[in-house]
Design a protein around this ligand. Structure first.
Ligand code: BGC
Length: 424
């Protein structure tokens, strides 16, 4: 009897030890982390899964909190409300001034320790390090560099019609006309405001050149918006919009990519995540589609850099959050993730020969000291959410209102983009 009580006692003891161990494990910071992002297309999903599997190897479990919506409009709203409710995710795809505003009020974990241990100062591109450095602190882990001034074209259709990839707007006009004559939609188009803003900023860069672009977007010289080159960019935008026909249509960006894939559209102007998407569907840049710079932007890199911010919360996840930063910026994850996502690594010490031909062009331009690297407004590199949205709305109005006036739109943009950027 005594023996059986002893046995029972030790069983209970063992059981409670196991329970304690489970409870301790559950409390151990960093086993499972909540990651909020807006990557929901095929390539975006795969790229996120790739990061998740790299993190799993390091003992970190990715709990997905994806919020659909291209360009992150919905995700940023959800993120803000979660922060306001005191339930921030552990990791968030967050860029631009929201990040710096939150760093000011100590909502973002500084990553100076990881940055120092992993020598980010010497391995990252200076533009990238600069973007994630604020008031002397590193405040986010950079993931990949997207190129916005990308023109994708369908190789089969171009070969069939006997067209060369257009390097100038004059060549683009000829290509558009020949595609139209062959009954093919020349350019994929969507009237979603963020997509209009994405096309506009690349056209603006081409018309204005990098110096005026910086004046307009980065230094925000209000009067510069009345420059005739801005007028030309707006007119070019309208011309591109009109290639799509009369009716305004707001479609997700993957629909345009799908048309390019299916040989029903000849060209698409979009950040190179569209190339990632085509590749996720099995298309090949050497065989099915090509990438060139949008006319007028050769030697220029209009960038949008995705980053993960680690948010401070009562859960106290600092150790695991630092681990995440270390893994995602590490060379293995950088290559694996960016090859799927369509972007290029943020590190300058990787071997660029592992990149596809489009990524290689982006990489070569970004890493060339003689290139002009300019930040995207449509993707939060140069202004906050409010300014970005107001610009996108002004452009949307310009295009969708038949009476939309160019000069009036220039004046409107001058009023929206006037606040000087705070010195870093
Ligand atoms: C992000 C990309 C994303 C794209 C489309 C951009 O703002 O930087 O990572 O693929 O939006 O959703």
């Amino acid at each position: 009897m005594k023996a059986s009580i002893r046995a029972w006692g030790s069983l209970v003891f063992g059981f409670s030890l196991a329970l304690t161990a489970i409870a301790v494990m559950a409390q151990t910071p960093g086993t499972s982390v909540d990651v909020l992002h807006w990557w929901t297309s095929s390539s975006e999903r795969r790229a996120a899964d790739q990061l998740a599997s790299q993190l799993a190897l390091a003992g970190v479990q990715w709990k997905d909190a994806a919020i659909p919506g291209g360009g992150g409009m919905a995700a940023v709203k959800v993120l803000k409300s979660r922060v306001l409710m005191g339930d921030p995710p552990d990791v968030a795809q967050l860029i631009g001034t929201t990040l710096t505003d939150w760093a000011d009020i100590k909502l973002v974990l500084p990553l100076n320790g990881v940055a120092q241990r992993q020598r980010w100062q010497s391995v990252l591109f200076p533009t990238v390090l600069d973007l994630v450095t604020y008031k002397g602190d590193v405040i986010a882990a950079p993931l990949g560099i997207h190129r916005i001034n990308t023109l994708l074209y369908n190789r089969r259709l171009f070969a069939h019609i006997g067209l060369a990839p257009p390097r100038t707007w004059a060549q683009f006009e000829v290509a558009a006309q020949k595609l139209q004559q062959a009954g093919i939609r020349p350019l994929a188009w969507s009237d979603e405001p963020w997509q209009i803003a994405t096309v506009f900023e690349t056209v603006l860069l081409g018309e204005a050149g990098p110096t005026l672009y910086q004046d307009l977007i980065v230094r925000r010289h209000s009067a510069a918006w009345l420059d005739p080159r801005v007028e030309r960019a707006l007119q070019r935008l309208r011309w591109l919009r009109n290639l799509a026909g009369e009716n305004p249509q707001e479609r997700v960006w993957t629909e345009g990519a799908r048309e390019l894939m299916n040989d029903t559209t000849g060209m698409m102007i979009m950040g190179d995540w569209a190339k990632g998407e085509l590749m996720a569907w099995g298309a090949n840049p050497a065989r099915d589609f090509g990438c060139i710079e949008v006319p007028g932007t050769s030697g220029m890199h209009l960038y949008s850099i995705d980053t993960f911010a680690m948010l401070v919360s009562p859960r106290q996840r600092e150790a695991v959050q630092e681990k995440i930063a270390e893994v995602v910026v590490g060379p293995v994850a950088q290559i694996a993730y960016n090859r799927i996502k369509g972007s290029v690594p943020v590190r300058r010490d990787i071997d660029p020969s592992v990149l596809d031909s489009c990524a290689r062009q982006s990489w070569d331009t970004f890493s060339n000291p003689a290139s002009a690297r300019v930040p995207s407004l449509a993707h939060r590199m140069a202004a906050d959410e409010n300014i970005k949205d107001a610009v996108a709305q002004a452009l949307w109005r310009y295009l969708t209102d038949p009476k939309g006036d160019t000069l009036e739109t220039q004046r409107r943009l001058a009023t929206i983009i006037r606040t000087p950027v705070m010195e870093r």
